[in-house]
Design a protein around this ligand. Structure first.
Ligand code: DAH
Length: 339
C-alpha cells in the first residue's frame, strides 16, 4: 500500500511539473483526486486493509493527498501569474506612438455660401425664416400672380403630389406666407430647398437651393432694392464689384429685373469664366406686384416692397470657381475637403 501511494505521489509530481497549462493541471487533479481518481480509489480500497492498520494507512493517504493538493495549488498560482503576465505583455500600450487622427467634419460649400449670404443680410437687419418644402399650389403659384393656365406655370417643371400640393419650385411662396402673417414692416430672407423636374447636368439638378428675400414697408422704392443688392454683391464678391440691372419679367414683381455682377475673375474685361461678357448673372428681383400685396392682405396704397431670389448653388459655384454642379451633391470627401 505504501509503495502504491509513493508511486501515485511521484507520478503526480512529475505530471504537475510538466504541465504547461491550467487545463492540464486540472486534468491531473481530476485523474488523481477526482471521484474516480487514483487516490480516491485507494481510499475506497480501505475496507480490504486490516482494521488495526487502517489508522496508519488512512494517515498516509491523507498526507499524500494534502501534499499533492499543496503542490497542485502552488503550480496553479505560478501558472496563473504567468498567464497574467503574458496577457499584460500582449496588451501593452505604447503611449509614445503618434495618436490616430480624428477626421473632423467639414462644412459643405453650399452651407458656407448660405452662411455668408445670411451674415450679410442679418447685418442689414433681415430676419431668416423658413417655409415648407411640400407646398400648396396656392402659395407656390396662385398667390404669386401665377394663376392656373398662366404660361409661367409651364416654365417650371413641377413635381405634383396632387392637384393642390407640389414640391415647391421656388422659395418665393415664403413671401406670401410671411406677408399673410400681417406683421409689418417685413425684412426677411428665406433659404431652402426647391424642386424641379429637371434632368441632371453640369448646371441642373431636380433638387437645389434658393434664397428668397422680401422687404415690405412704407416708401420702399426701386432705389432701396438697387442699393441693397449692390451692397450685397460688394460684400459677397469684393468691394470693386459692379452691378447691372437688366429689365426682366416675373409675374410677382413689377417692374422686374435680373441682376448681373461684374466678373470678379477678370474685373469685367471678359474671360472664360464669364464667357467673355464681363458679367455674371446672379439673381432675379423686382418691386412686389401690388396684386400680390393685396392677395396677401397688405394695402398696396400704403405699402410697397421689393423681393429677390437667387440660386444658392450658383453662388457657391461662382465663389469657389467650381464648373460642375454635380460635384456639390456627390459628397466625395476629396472634393469637399478643399473648401
Ligand atoms: N422665384 C424666382 C425663380 O425661381 C426667382 C425670383 C425672381 C424671386 C424675382 C423673387 C423675385 O423674389 O422678385 O426663378
Amino acid at each position: 500500500m505504501k509503495e502504491k501511494l509513493q508511486k501515485i505521489r511521484e507520478q503526480a509530481m512529475k505530471q504537475i511539473q510538466s504541465a504547461e497549462s491550467l487545463n492540464t493541471l486540472n486534468d491531473v487533479r481530476v485523474a488523481i483526486l477526482g471521484k474516480k481518481g487514483e487516490l480516491t480509489s485507494v481510499l475506497k480500497g480501505m475496507k480490504d486493509v486490516a482494521p488495526e492498520d487502517r489508522p496508519k494507512v488512512g494517515q498516509l493517504v491523507n498526507e499524500t493527498r494534502e501534499e499533492i493538493e499543496r503542490v497542485l495549488e502552488q503550480a496553479k498560482k505560478k501558472m496563473e501569474a504567468l498567464v497574467r503576465e503574458e496577457k499584460l505583455k500582449a496588451e501593452v500600450i505604447d503611449v509614445t506612438l503618434p495618436a490616430k487622427k480624428n477626421q473632423a467634419g467639414h462644412r459643405h460649400p453650399n452651407t458656407i455660401a448660405l452662411e455668408e449670404v445670411e451674415r450679410i443680410f442679418i447685418g442689414m437687419g433681415y430676419e431668416v425664416v423658413e417655409g415648407p418644402e411640400i407646398e400648396y399650389d396656392l402659395y407656390n403659384f396662385e398667390k404669386l400672380n401665377i394663376p392656373d393656365g398662366h404660361p409661367a406655370k409651364d416654365e417650371q417643371d413641377t413635381f405634383y403630389i396632387n392637384k393642390e400640393i407640389v414640391l415647391r419650385t421656388q422659395t418665393s411662396p415664403c413671401q406670401a406666407r410671411v406677408m399673410e402673417q400681417g406683421k409689418l414692416p417685413i425684412r426677411m430672407i428665406a433659404p431652402g430647398r426647391v424642386f424641379r423636374s429637371d434632368e441632371v447636368d453640369a448646371t441642373h439638378s431636380p433638387s437645389f437651393h434658393q434664397v428668397e428675400g422680401l422687404v415690405v414697408d412704407k416708401n420702399i422704392t426701386f432705389a432701396d432694392l438697387k442699393g441693397t443688392l449692390e451692397e450685397f454683391a460688394k460684400e459677397l464678391f469684393g468691394p470693386d464689384t459692379k452691378t447691372k440691372f437688366r429689365p426682366h419679367h416675373f409675374p410677382f414683381t413689377e417692374p422686374s429685373a435680373e441682376v448681373d455682377v461684374s466678373c470678379f475673375k477678370c474685373g469685367g474685361k471678359g474671360c472664360r469664366f464669364c464667357k467673355g461678357s464681363g458679367w455674371i448673372e446672379i439673381l432675379g428681383c423686382g418691386m412686389v406686384h401690388p396684386h400680390v400685396l393685396e392677395m396677401c392682405g397688405i394695402d398696396p396704397e400704403q405699402y410697397t416692397g421689393f423681393a429677390f431670389g437667387m440660386g444658392l448653388e450658383r453662388i457657391a459655384l461662382l465663389k469657389y470657381e467650381i464648373d460642375d454642379m454635380r460635384l456639390l451633391y456627390e459628397n466625395d470627401i476629396r472634393f469637399l475637403g478643399q473648401f
